[in-house]
Design a protein around this ligand. Structure first.
Ligand SMILES: Nc1ncnc2c1ncn2[C@@H]1O[C@H](COP(=O)(O)OP(=O)(O)OP(=O)(O)O)[C@@H](O)[C@H]1O
Ligand SMILES: [Mg+2]
Length: 247
């Protein structure tokens, strides 16, 4: 359903992505793991045209676009099918939760305001913020702000939602609520790619785990295989560091 092929990306002379390819089926929840600097964020940014790849293609809903040479129109078409949740939610501080969630529908999708409001409320209800429609980001906890960010993604009904370390900026006591919402969305069949260090989420929710190192995919497979029987030495070393008790 979504295919990323041979993505290369350099910053100056630093090769950050060295030919990354991956396939995502409808309903997949894919967790990407890897040490800091391995290229996880850059990969998601290239797929979303936030960084321009040096080469590579993206196929989504049957259409293939060149990640380097995509036209503005092609980029817009892809953006209509994807949503991105950042580490720092990037909410508008001068807009309420409801207005933040409506924004993409009204401005980008041209959905009439009344319908946008209805859908935005449903999305906020889904992430447990039915009481907070009229709150501004400064009146919400970090976890609640992040859930508004998630509502903003799901309201668009995208083919895929990509999350880049959605819980890493949160206080530990707020991580659980965000992961719970993400699990709920996954259970509804939403296709997701999640960069995270939350291994419990990876093993319980993901159907596929990808381990990246130095700009390449070293190993991929179902979580139970990757975690209990990693084939590559690099994967083993990484897991040993973050799961010292189980390997
Ligand atoms: N805009 C940029 N200009 C120059 N170098 C960059 C830029 N963005 C990323 N890099 C470099 O690319 C490499 C990969 O960065 P990236 O953010 O993709 O890593 P990551 O796997 O997401 O790491 P983390 O787990 O710390 O988020 C790093 O060495 C980083 O310094
Ligand atoms: Mg990153």
């Amino acid at each position: 359903m979504i295919e990323v092929k041979d993505v290369y990306k350099k910053f100056d002379r630093h090769e950050v992505l060295k030919g990354v390819s991956l396939k995502v089926e409808t309903g997949d929840v894919i967790v990407i793991l890897g040490v800091s600097g391995s290229g996880k964020t850059t990969l998601l940014r290239c797929i979303n045209f936030l960084d321009k790849a040096d080469s590579g293609t993206l196929t989504i809903a049957g259409e293939t676009v060149d990640l380097k040479h995509a036209s503005k129109k092609e980029i817009l078409t892809v953006r209509k099918k994807t949503a991105f949740v950042f580490q720092n939610h990037n909410l508008f501080n001068n807009k309420t939760a409801l207005e933040n969630v409506m924004e993409g529908l009204v401005i980008v999708r041209k959905v009439p305001k009344a319908e946008a409001e209805k859908r935005a409320k449903e999305a906020l209800d889904k992430v447990g913020l039915a009481e907070k429609y009229d709150s501004y980001p400064s009146q919400l906890s970090g976890g609640q702000q992040q859930r508004v960010g998630i509502a903003r993604a799901i309201v668009l009904n995208p083919e895929i939602i990509m999350f880049d370390e959605p819980t890493s900026a949160l206080d530990p006591e707020l991580v659980g609520e965000t992961l719970k919402i993400m699990k709920k969305i996954a259970d509804e069949g939403v296709t997701m790619i999640v960069v995270t260090h939350e291994m419990a989420f990876a093993s319980e929710v993901a159907n596929k785990v990808i381990f990246m190192d130095e700009g390449v995919i070293v190993e991929e497979g179902p979580p139970e295989e990757i975690f209990s029987n990693p084939k590559e030495e690099r994967t083993r070393r990484f897991l040993k560091r973050i799961l010292p008790e189980s390997i």
